[in-house]
Design a protein around this ligand. Sequence first.
Ligand code: FAD
Length: 376
Amino acid sequence: MTVQGAIWRDQLTAPERAVLGRSDQDPFRSRPDILVVGGGILGVAAAAACAQAGLGSVLLIETGRLGTGATGGATGLLIPEPHQWSDPEPFVDLERASLERWRGLESSIPGGVGLINLDWIGLAPHAGGFAAHQPRAVEWLNPGQLAELVPGLAREMEGALIRRQARVNPLRAVARLAALLPAIATGVAATSVSISGDRIVSVGTSAGDVSPGAVVFATGGPPVLDGLTLDIPSDRVKGHLLVTEQTEVRLPGIVAPLATQIENGQLLAGGTFEPDDESPAIQPEVIESIVDGMAVTMPALAGIGVAYEWCCFRPRHPDRRPVIDRVPGLSNAWLTSGHFRTGILNAPVTAAVLARWIDAGEPPPEAGTWSATRFG
Ligand SMILES: Cc1cc2nc3c(=O)[nH]c(=O)nc-3n(C[C@H](O)[C@H](O)[C@H](O)COP(=O)(O)OP(=O)(O)OC[C@H]3O[C@@H](n4cnc5c(N)ncnc54)[C@H](O)[C@@H]3O)c2cc1C
């Protein structure tokens, strides 16, 4: 029997699951210094960074439960180095800095964030190897070395090994970070803003008005609220993932694009891109193609059962890079959106940028590149 939904929630402890639905008693009694709108990884990380930076009282509101958006469906890979094949250097630098921050959170917050260190092994699609520019962290593998690391491949090929990348269960990370927050209201949607001069003076929500000192919007895509005019182009890109039944096959970490070994001898695979599919439904043919692809690469996986299958949507701006900025025209509101395929990875560094910006009133150096006005 295949579960239609991500595996991540089923891996949580009961207290972790409870945190995702946390709604504190009367969180609106006080006027929070910081209101964070959106309980995905970006919102929770931003709220935690603001609380840890001592920026005053912090209230986070979320329409559903924490992690119900893209965050709860993500693969959870924290792999900056392989992105050197696809992303520009300043972006990879941001990702590297964020992985370091994930490691800092793992060691500094009670119980950590559930970070699992693991190696990334890329299967070269063609003899001769990968792309023109070579990541400095890569160790190239000849077919013999690759076969030793990943036995059972259908054909001889070269590979690439990048050590010490990581992954998280994104919902566990959300739950552990949310445990640091003083006030959370799930089941509460922001619906409107009232602006006076260059300041948001109140945010209308489904549970009443909030009058915060500052606001951070972390709503996946740009926030859509009455009274807030934003001209930031965005769309979203669907992706499918699956987790197999337990298997005897053992992979030494992430074997791209085959699968990632997770708990209980199961394999996590997929991360497809279906930009033209707006339907929230799982497409069986996409799941089949992932399973077929695994068997073509590693014949021992032929006929493997699927324990979990799901799909979710990546928020995206046209240049596939996030916005991390103060809301144009406003002095006390910030937003971060469009984290596309690296929002889990980039959450801690984004959160740190926002907290430092709110604290100092000036953008930190990393912020300039990710402005909300670059599309105009
Ligand atoms: C198939 C797939 C695989 C992925 N794999 C990875 C990966 O391996 N590594 C990685 O780093 N990233 C990965 N990603 C990308 C990652 O999931 C996203 O970039 C990230 O989750 C975005 O987080 P977010 O907090 O911005 O958005 P979301 O998680 O969507 O959170 C936004 C939240 O805001 C809430 N909200 C919206 N509007 C309002 C409102 N008005 N009031 C209150 N709440 C509101 C929503 O309910 C939602 O919970 C993957 C994504 C997909 C789809």
